[in-house]
Design a protein around this ligand. Structure first.
Ligand code: NAD
Length: 318
């Protein structure tokens, strides 16, 4: 079995690390790989790095053919996710929707059995309206995404599930909570960078700003593990999985955990400048049942364990 991991960033590098730990030599495809940062997560001689762009479908087909690919994990994204998509909607729509369609089409024509795609649990929070099934059918019966980013994630889940239904390509959509974890490179989402900044500031005695809203986080190692579980699961059930810490974290819980990791940290609970749109106000908690029952995912890191692990990593990789 050889997996093509598309997008070698915060999450993709963890997926690669886990696949290596399970005895695979995955192929990592990125159009702008941050090799030094990737090498801090997974040994570069245990993966095959290739250059490729998901907006060029033939580069995906070539990667599949050249390396005998049997499964695909697609984590490619534009920088800053929600924030980036609000600034440049066209680029986000193009990459997230057409990029994902290119991956699914490449799998369909080459016969790759399974495609696991990074969705997001913004789909549980950035929604408005919706009254459910009505008779007669109301135009606003279902809630609508309220940002460009969440609209693209809703589209790719729906398209992926239709590829699964009609085209013989098994599809899994991973609804990660806000991801943070070891990663020295650019990219990730607003919240990923807010946590890294807070920890880094706390470690050098500067003020650390902790997000003012209750959030559903997931540690990047758990996001990667959930993704690999979906890649290897026997059955995928309804194909969409919430992958979070399974419990929301209030700002004071986050601050307490940070104080335990960095005793004496100077913490302010606030909304870091320019990040508000990427810090969702939780609508409802994400249900972890499907992920647990179907792919066997349960988080290994709650907030304190995650910050401890990341702190140790940042000390080792200053
Ligand atoms: N980080 C989060 O908080 C978070 C939360 C929920 C969901 N997600 C989703 O998880 C996925 C991974 O996020 P991440 O934080 O690891 O992102 P990241 O920015 O760290 O990594 C994305 C990688 O994709 C690469 N890429 C971009 N365009 C490409 C293209 N056209 N072809 C090939 N590679 C390309 C980038 O160079 C980068 O290395 C994304 O789909 C994101 O929407 C992330």
């Amino acid at each position: 079995m050889t997996t093509l991991v598309i997008g070698a960033g915060l999450v993709g590098s963890q997926v690669a690390r886990i696949l290596v730990s399970e005895g695979e030599k995955p192929v990592l495809m990125d159009f702008s790989a941050q090799t030094k940062s990737i090498g801090e997560i997974v040994s570069l001689d245990q993966v095959t790095m290739i250059s490729g762009d998901i907006l060029r479908p033939l580069s995906i087909v070539k990667a599949i053919n050249d390396h005998g690919i049997t499964g695909i994990v697609h984590t490619a994204a534009n920088p800053m996710l929600t924030l980036g998509a609000q600034t440049d909607p066209y680029a986000a729509i193009n990459l997230n929707i057409m990029g994902t369609v290119n991956v699914l089409e490449a799998a369909r024509v080459t016969g790759v059995k399974r495609v696991v795609v990074s969705s997001s649990n913004v789909l549980n929070h950035y929604l408005a309206g919706g009254g459910g099934e009505t008779e007669p059918m109301n135009e606003e019966a279902y809630p609508r995404p309220t940002t460009f980013y969440s609209a693209t994630k809703q589209a790719i889940e729906s398209l992926g599930l239709n590829y699964s239904k009609w085209c013989n390509v098994e599809f899994a959509g991973m609804r990660y909570g806000a991801v943070f974890g070891p990663w020295s490179g650019a990219g990730g989402g607003g919240p990923s960078n807010v946590v890294r900044e807070a920890l880094r500031n706390a470690m050098v005695g500067r003020e650390a700003v902790v997000p003012a809203g209750t959030m559903e986080w997931v540690y990047s190692k758990d996001a990667g593990r959930g993704t690999v579980l979906a890649l290897k699961a026997k059955e995928l059930g309804n194909g969409v999985f919430n992958v979070t810490m399974s419990q929301p974290t209030a700002p004071d819980e986050f601050a307490d955990a940070l104080r335990k990791v960095v005793p004496g940290a100077n913490i302010r609970i606030d909304t870091p400048k320019g990040t508000a749109i990427s810090l969702p106000n939780m609508r409802r908690r994400s249900d972890p049942t499907n992920a647990k029952n179907i792919i066997g995912y349960e988080p290994q890191f709650e907030i304190l364990a995650a910050l401890q692990d990341m702190h140790a990593w940042m000390k080792a990789n200053p």
